[in-house]
Design a protein around this ligand. Structure first.
Ligand code: FAD
Length: 401
């Protein structure tokens, strides 16, 4: 089996690798997938990557991107080479990773010109306003309302678990604009300036001690109707485009392999009671099981890549990647913490922390990603019902009747 991508692509890989090597250890740390505001160094790095065509590569030049034709193998090589060297591949977060592809598919010309360029440069920061108290997995039950008033929508309601809302300039939100329509039909996808009068952000402190999530309250917030993406009432379809891109954020096989390599290094160096982690049979058994699953997911991803190259539908196979990748990242971090023993429970800058608390942070991050963007249970329901043809889960109302 020849898994090389061919001569032209290997030439491209060599160029990217040379660039990445030149900047290894000098590039600023990338932003996490939760988003946030970029430092001047990060913005300068993003600018350089965009000039080289290593970030915003396939975004049309008219909207500030590099304008290269979409080429899945080039995108893959870029991901592989930056991840291999541990060098930031540029600004990430809900704006760049989720909103921009959604606007390119469904946005008006004006929305694309106004919002895409500053978002891909990392200057305009976005948050995602989907979840509400009582409307998470059952998102279509959301209650935040948008009432028609001339050229504007007047928005009232509450969002919750909004990552990075405290840093965001804008929110892409789901708002019920047609209360009389069926649940899925009455929702609109609206771009809300976070500094509008009537928007209040209240941070939520999690058990890590950090305030990454927020509650966001809307009291008579006025938004121009030109900020509705697509048709009014068609927000559900548009939200699903965004969710598809959210699920792609997790699951780069190279990230999984890099994490496995770091875990193996930790197990080779870390001692407990005079025994290296790798020599402990229980830990080694867990490591090998994880290695087998990482490899399985890598080949599953290559199969999906083949589908994409042949323009064949991938079905629910793509959902398997998000489900498995998040659980694998979490389980690798869990093994690392067990290997570290009491050092694994240190947090926030203790002198004895290993790798600056990397594994503690990974553990908390991936347990969250198992839930975010559609929980593992919901992913399993979809895979079993739509992929394996199993009976549909009874609705709570009919089950209780
Ligand atoms: C790290 C992180 C970041 C997030 N960032 C954002 C953000 O920026 N913006 C945003 O809008 N939201 C965000 N969320 C919220 C996230 O989308 C929701 O947490 C998620 O959709 C689940 O909704 P819920 O929390 O209301 O749980 P619920 O829907 O109440 O579910 C509770 C539990 O019941 C299970 N469950 C529910 N229904 C079923 C079913 N039918 N069958 C089987 N099991 C079921 C779920 O899997 C879960 O374990 C974030 C969440 C996390 C963890």
């Amino acid at each position: 089996m020849d898994l090389s991508y061919g001569e032209a692509y290997e030439q491209f890989r060599a160029e990217v690798r040379a660039f990445v090597q030149e900047h290894t250890g000098r590039a600023p740390e990338g932003l996490g997938v939760m988003g946030g505001r970029s430092s001047p160094e990060q913005l300068a790095w993003q600018k350089l990557l965009m000039e080289r065509g290593y970030a915003a590569r396939t975004i049309p030049a008219a909207f500030g991107g590099f304008g290269a034709a979409p080429d899945i193998l080039e995108t893959l090589i870029l991901g592989e080479e930056f991840a291999r060297a541990g060098v930031s591949s540029g600004v990430s977060g809900p704006g760049v990773d989720m909103l921009v592809p959604t606007l390119l598919t469904h946005g008006s010309e004006e929305q694309k010109r106004r919002f895409v360029p500053s978002t891909i440069r990392g200057e305009l920061v976005w948050c995602q306003g989907y979840s509400e108290p009582g409307s998470g997995s059952d998102l279509a039950s959301l209650q935040t309302s948008g009432v028609d008033d001339g050229d504007q929508l007047v928005i009232n309601g509450q969002k919750i678990w909004t990552s990075a809302a405290q840093a965001a300039d804008m929110m892409f939100a789901l708002v019920r604009t047609e209360p009389e329509a069926s649940r899925h039909a009455g929702i609109s996808y609206v771009l809300i300036p976070m500094h509008s009068e009537g928007v209040e952000v209240r941070p939520l402190r999690t058990m890590t001690g950090d305030e990454e999530f927020n509650q966001v309250f809307f009291s008579d917030v006025r938004v121009p109707k030109t900020h509705v993406v697509g048709q009014r009432g068609s927000g559900w379809e548009i939200a699903n485009t965004t969710l598809k891109h959210e699920r792609l954020v997790a699951g780069n096989p190279r990230d999984l392999e890099a994490s496995l390599e770091s875990l193996t290094r930790l197990m080779e160096s870390e001692m407990r009671n005079g025994v290296r982690g790798i020599e402990n049979v229980v830990f080694r058994d867990r490591l090998l099981r994880l290695q087998a699953r990482v490899l399985t997911l890598k080949y599953h991803s290559l199969r999906l890549l083949t589908c994409e190259l042949h323009n064949e539908p991938e079905g629910v196979a793509g959902l398997v990647v998000k489900l498995q990748a998040c659980e694998l990242m979490y389980q690798m971090a869990a093994l690392a913490l067990d290997v570290l023993g009491e050092l694994g429970i240190l947090y926030h800058g203790s002198n004895h922390e290993r790798d600056a608390g990397y594994w503690q942070s990974e553990y908390m991050t991936w347990i969250g990603f198992i839930i975010a963007g559609g929980s593992a249970q919901i992913q399993k329901n979809i895979i079993s019902e739509r992929g394996l043809g199993m009976p549909r889960e009874p609705k709570p109302t009919s089950a209780g009747a």
